[in-house]
Ligand binder design. Structure first.
Ligand code: CP
Length: 308
């Protein structure tokens, strides 16, 4: 049987990405549909989440499905020593699809190999966050009218930031130029730079983060320095406030430039920017609902024609 899991977006063709975006667009027109009646969606969150879990659960609820799961692994039999495999096998008895966030890189792929039902990767450690990427692509298209030939600036934690890793791989079809702005300690890993070279993706690394640099951006994608990924908290303290976006830094921004952030924000974007026309991170988070409705339907083999 075909494995319909959504573990990574790196292997998706341009055509498949555009298909999922078209589905998300349909759901934005009308997110309330009764197409998942008699379906159960399980959300297993081994790591904290606000947006991803709640938007997946809202997506399922608005499509008529019922939702089971946990937001905190401390309330599960994992605390008694049950393995991930056994947990997945058990939940597969109860649900039609599993949405899983896990702190281990590769956990979603592993789950997809053992589960008899589809797995949706809601973030695996510092590796990938493909549903975030679908909503990011949706938002980029919504604000730019295209995904092609854009200048995309990635700022902050590019080492552990799974959202930027997923976005980078998905953009290979769209001829972007990436601009990496990060402390040396949190630079984009060599493996992703090699990925860029292998796929003809242009990238530039910057030390400065000021109005002149931002002036070139179509998308300014800010990210949080993730305290939870550091083993050395002194290092976290050294780098955590290195790149703070302040209002005057937008003085030379292109009219079309939008500031995105997967959120949560800690200290990367000052609050004075929230009402600026370039700020788009809350609308971006809203798009998560529609993108995740598309992903759930696709993993359950419900087609675009069926939802039109
Ligand atoms: N963007 C994102 O993954 O947010 P949460 O951690 O709140 O789910």
């Amino acid at each position: 049987m075909e494995n319909r899991s959504f573990v990574t977006i790196a292997n998706h063709s341009r055509q498949k990405i555009e298909y999922l975006l078209a589905m998300a667009r349909e759901f934005e027109q009308n997110p309330n549909r009764d197409i998942l009646r008699h379906h159960v969606v399980a959300t297993l969150f081994f790591e904290p989440s606000t947006r991803t879990r709640l938007s997946f659960e809202t997506a399922a609820n608005r499509l008529g499905a019922r939702v089971i799961g946990f937001a905190d692994p401390k309330v599960t039999s994992g605390t008694k020593g049950e393995t991930l495999k056994d947990t997945i096998m058990m939940v597969s008895n109860y649900a039609d699809v599993i949405v899983m966030r896990h702190y281990l890189e590769g956990a979603a792929l592993y789950a997809s190999e053992v589960a008899p039902i589809p797995i949706i990767n809601a973030g695996d450690g510092a590796n990938q966050h493909p549903s975030q990427t679908l909503l990011d692509l949706y938002t980029i298209y919504q604000t730019q009218g295209t995904l092609d030939n854009l200048n995309i600036f990635l700022v902050g934690d590019l080492k552990y930031g799974r959202t930027v890793h997923s976005l980078l791989t998905a953009m290979r079809h769209f001829s972007p130029t990436f601009h990496f702005i990060a402390p040396d300690e949190l630079a984009m890993p060599d493996s992703y730079k090699q990925y860029c070279r292998d796929h003809g993706i242009r990238y530039v690394e910057h030390q400065d983060f000021d109005a002149n640099v931002i002036a070139e951006a179509d998308i300014l994608y800010m990210t949080r320095v993730q305290r939870e990924r550091f083993t050395d908290l002194m290092e976290y303290e050294r780098v955590k406030d290195r790149y703070l976006l302040k209002l005057p830094m937008l003085s030379k921004a292109r009219e079309n430039m939008k500031i995105l952030h997967p959120l949560p924000r800690v200290n990367e974007i000052e609050y004075a920017i929230d009402d600026n026309p370039h700020a788009y991170y809350f609308q971006q988070a809203r798009n998560g609902l529609f993108a995740r409705q598309a992903i759930i339907c696709d993993t359950l083999d419900i087609t675009l024609d069926e939802i039109k």
